[in-house]
Design a protein around this ligand. Sequence first.
Ligand code: NAI
Ligand code: MG
Length: 352
Amino acid sequence: MREYKIAAIPGDGIGPEVIAAGLEVLAALAVRDGGFTLQVEHFPWSSDYYLQHGRYIPDGGLDRLRAFDAIFFGAVGSRSVPDHVSLWELRLAITQGFDQYANVRPARVLPGVKSPLAKGADIDWVIVRENSEGEYAGHGGRAHRGLPIETGTETAVFTRAGVERIHRFAFALARKRPRKRLTLVTKSNALRFGMVMWDEIFFEVARDYPDVGTDRELVDAVTARMVGQPQTLDVLVATNLHADILSDLAAALSGSLGIAPTANLDPERRFPSMFEPIHGSAFDIAGKGIANPIATFWTAVLMLEHLGEPAAAERLMGAIEAVTGAGVLTPDLGGVARTAQVTRAVCEQIGR
Ligand code: NAI
Ligand code: MG
């Protein structure tokens, strides 16, 4: 019996609702498959925990996570804590602490889901986001606070090692896909140092992947191409900030933020990787029982693939598609189903 240790961090808002749903579906899969079990431990790290204890992660917390095969994360963000505090102290503490440098974000229009684009069916992308440095390196500062000459800087940090490893990861991923295309997204006209280095290293790495077709776009131009010619894109690689923005666009174009999954990977497997829906804690719908759990289910698919359970991953993806295709949809997708109904429908489908 293959046994995996999963650290569940439900977090804030709808995080606990969708993580509970995701764990239900994973349990159904383990039963159906019979070949593996998941040993899940819950970590109560959230904004409530922070307000009580003064921190999101207790002393030694990250070390405790190291022993797990994967981290299943909900969302963090609360009206009572500034977003830059919650994000940096919980989510980024984990992604940066565990050097999860490759953030992978697939986008596709699932059966039964309506894209705002006429050509929505053509969307089949994976956005690869550099997840360890760049604009989110945390370099910057404030000076002359409160004075008319107050200054704020936010410095992007790009390293050759960091850029090269994300390009290699993106090329290797593109090579595994049928169309084998990789689009480099930067802004190397206006940003003439770090971004030009991104471009240079990309084409150096490209020599090792002659079977992968490449092209390049500026980040502003690629938004128009995503909307107008979605079929011409396959895998995209971009910086931490650019890919963050592009993946919200990709999620919206594929129907809703409520379906978009992501994996924060340490491809070298020195540390556990972390899997989470793209969306945040969604204060507006938290506690109402209507959060779309599909993003979390799709996230679980990515987690199973990473753990080395491709059959279960495929079964879960099939079950998700059967359920959306049958019109069992939450309100964000124009349906009337509740989180629990979608979850039950996916579990039933898994049992078939
Ligand atoms: P959000 O993703 O929480 O919500 C944006 C909109 O999408 C809302 O109208 C929400 O109801 C809807 N939505 C999101 N997920 C949904 C789901 N599963 N089902 C149905 N509808 C869904 O983004 P927002 O409002 O900008 O941020 C709220 C809080 O979440 C903030 O504190 C923010 O910092 C945090 N956040 C955390 C993230 C994370 O933990 N990775 C990512 C994004 C935001
Ligand atoms: Mg984002």
